[in-house]
Design a protein around this ligand. Sequence first.
Ligand SMILES: Cc1cc2nc3c(=O)[nH]c(=O)nc-3n(C[C@H](O)[C@H](O)[C@H](O)COP(=O)(O)OP(=O)(O)OC[C@H]3O[C@@H](n4cnc5c(N)ncnc54)[C@H](O)[C@@H]3O)c2cc1C
Length: 281
Amino acid sequence: MTIARTLEDACTALAEHPDALLLAGGTDLMVGINRGQVGFDHVVVIDRVDELRGWRREGDELVLGAGLTYSEMGRGELPVLLPALAQAARTVGSPQIRNAGTLGGNLATSSPAGDTLPVLAALDATVVLRSSHGTRQLALDRFVTGVKQNALEPEELIEAVRVPVLDGPQEFLKVGTRNAMVISVASLALVVDRAGRSVRVGLGSVAPVPVRAIEAEAFVDGAIDWDTGSVPDAAVDRFSGLVAEAARPIDDQRGTAAYRSHAIGVLARRALRRAFSESAP
Ligand SMILES: Cc1cc2nc3c(=O)[nH]c(=O)nc-3n(C[C@H](O)[C@H](O)[C@H](O)COP(=O)(O)OP(=O)(O)OC[C@H]3O[C@@H](n4cnc5c(N)ncnc54)[C@H](O)[C@@H]3O)c2cc1C
């Protein structure tokens, strides 16, 4: 086992043991290990690497460290700058899970139900990957490639995620089989870019990978009265229908495809109404 103290330590250990498991908060990994589903020869522990922790602002962008925990997403200035991420973080697990679980772990797990993923999709996030060979950056839709599959190469780790700071309301909504400690059956993030006069929508748990509702976005951008901040009721209905059409859900033990399509339309309607009643002058 290597307990990395710096990013260089972690990259060196990964170069020496390309098949090593990275351990951040352990809230996904330990479940797999305890069930005997994950085997390993070497573990690289990264939760003490300062360069992976916290977040910083660089101009109009935020750089979120891979080690940013859910508790930290909901603290200080970050909920003001990234309200949808803070809202998503509040729905994750229990306080213990939120104190340990990280953004990088959620991304690397690449579950369709990962709660940060629709937010990152809506924000057009860029994932920063690091190895002893250098750094590369991938758009989120190139990083997450399938159910629990992603573009991480051997020896690579997620260093950070870059997202824009937008001027406008943001919402994250999730439907599960109960109100707390629940994996999402459908989730939706909606972010408004007032300066760009655009709405962006990311969907979770309704396809193998996070989905953007592109047609719904284009439609609603043209239907909003940006000067008054209002949206006609008929446009809200059409938006909700187009978002549901963007979903590619399946039946599984948590819900049927038909329920998911219905639920995502309801979430779309609710998020748009909340965003525009709050932003109205
Ligand atoms: C009781 C419980 C409730 C949960 N509730 C939710 C929920 O509501 N919503 C939700 O989305 N998730 C939930 N989860 C899942 C989990 O908490 C999250 O996916 C979490 O973000 C994982 O982060 P971690 O730091 O614990 O990752 P770890 O378990 O340490 O690692 C997970 C995977 O990511 C890899 N990894 C970690 N960090 C990096 C990195 N920087 N670079 C490359 N690979 C890396 C690891 O090697 C491993 O494969 C829950 C889990 C439990 C046990």
